[in-house]
Design a protein around this ligand. Sequence first.
Ligand SMILES: Nc1ncnc2c1ncn2[C@@H]1O[C@H](COP(=O)(O)OP(=O)(O)OP(=O)(O)O)[C@@H](O)[C@H]1O
Ligand SMILES: [Mg+2]
Length: 264
Amino acid sequence: MLSVNNITKIFNKKTVNERVALENVSLQMEPGEFITIIGGNGAGKSTLLNCIAGSYLVDEGYILLDGENITFQKEHKRARYIGRLFQDPLKGTAPNMTIEENMALAYMRTAKKPFSIGISKKDRDYIRTRLESLGLGLENRMKTKVGLLSGGQRQAITLLMATMTTPKLLLLDEHTAALDPATAEKVLELTKQIVRENTITTLMITHNIASALDCGNRTLMMEQGKIILDLQGEQRGSMTVEDVLELFRQKSNREFDNDRVLLS
Ligand SMILES: Nc1ncnc2c1ncn2[C@@H]1O[C@H](COP(=O)(O)OP(=O)(O)OP(=O)(O)O)[C@@H](O)[C@H]1O
Ligand SMILES: [Mg+2]
């Protein structure tokens, strides 16, 4: 499925600000796997996702998706089959367009349908059904401009847009971190539901160690540009947050520090 091979990413190469953000990182993902990623600030988590999505090109190594070498493929091309969500709920949607216009655009882009002025009844019914599945009542507000919605509602819509046609890969970069705890929980539940129902291969960065263990089937811990732990199977199943923190201490000789970390 996804095969990341010995990738290295260096920022500001050969300057005093040189920073090795990823060092020789490899990762093999099976189809349908849901991997969570944790790690301290600056560990390289976002850089890893950015390299997979094509926002940054790697300095060394290569990336395959379904056997295709995408290492040098442009970001907009990868965006056709890689869905993405970021921390900022304002990033994924156009505020001056209505809910249904945003959704229709996402649908046309991913389904490679020709762009048409106006939305057909069939498309509108489909969009309504998808919105209903969120359970947020947004199907009754399809003509509302997205800019008027709350951060959580916007993030839920972005999630739907990213998964409108099942992406080969879904990349989530702390997509609930900017939401209040109750809304974050709701969006996380929706994420799990959509990923499960569509068997989407997913990589999710989270600052919340408990949800990292609770979501998906495998958890990676990153530190200083490397994957220092790969937890899965029985070992992961029996792990508590405290066990994870202890493992981090052993592996890195320091305390886990992430300014957004939640230990409960
Ligand atoms: N565009 C950039 N230019 C220069 N340095 C960068 C850039 N992006 C990231 N870095 C550096 O690369 C390292 C890894 O950053 P990255 O954003 O991947 O960390 P992270 O694990 O996502 O951290 P956080 O938990 O704070 O989001 C950091 O030292 C960061 O300062
Ligand atoms: Mg980050």
